[in-house]
Design a protein around this ligand. Structure first.
Ligand SMILES: [Zn+2]
Length: 138
């Protein structure tokens, strides 16, 4: 059995969420496993300087699980600071903070992208299993 077949195992439920920036220049479908309503799913709420300001509620997904329906990733505006290891992506028109991603093109996080679930349509934020991360003290 190939590892590819394992990755596509039907025993792992997933759900596809539709998100967009405020003005609609960017919209995207994000497939995440397990579904955010699952008790095993957690959404990161961090208190660091950038997360606090952007109001991020983040999940981490493989970039292949994000499909752009409108706009392309490279058209988002990018912001980095301090050690510049993480880039923060926002819509240049409306300023919505949609994603964060490691700037390194190799390594364990190269293909991972953080998605702000606040941009998802119809997601009940109060139902989320929030995982508090103390990024401020790091
Ligand atoms: Zn926008």
């Amino acid at each position: 059995m190939s590892s590819e077949a394992d990755a596509a195992s039907p025993s792992k439920p997933s759900e596809t969420y539709h998100g967009s920036c405020h003005c609609g220049r960017f919209s995207y479908a994000v497939t995440y496993s397990p579904p955010l309503s699952d008790p095993d799913a957690s959404v990161v709420e961090c208190n660091c300087s950038i997360c606090a300001r952007n109001g991020y509620l983040l999940i981490y997904v493989d970039v292949s699980h994000i499909n752009y329906e409108k706009g392309v990733f490279d058209e988002l505006k990018k912001y980095t600071f301090a050690n510049h290891e993480i880039a923060h992506y926002f819509c240049p028109t409306c300023g919505t903070s949609c994603f964060a991603k490691a700037t390194a093109t190799e390594g364990p996080y190269a293909n991972m992208q953080a998605v702000n679930v606040r941009t998802f349509q119809g997601l009940e934020l109060k139902s989320l299993n929030l995982k508090e991360v103390d990024g401020k003290s790091r």
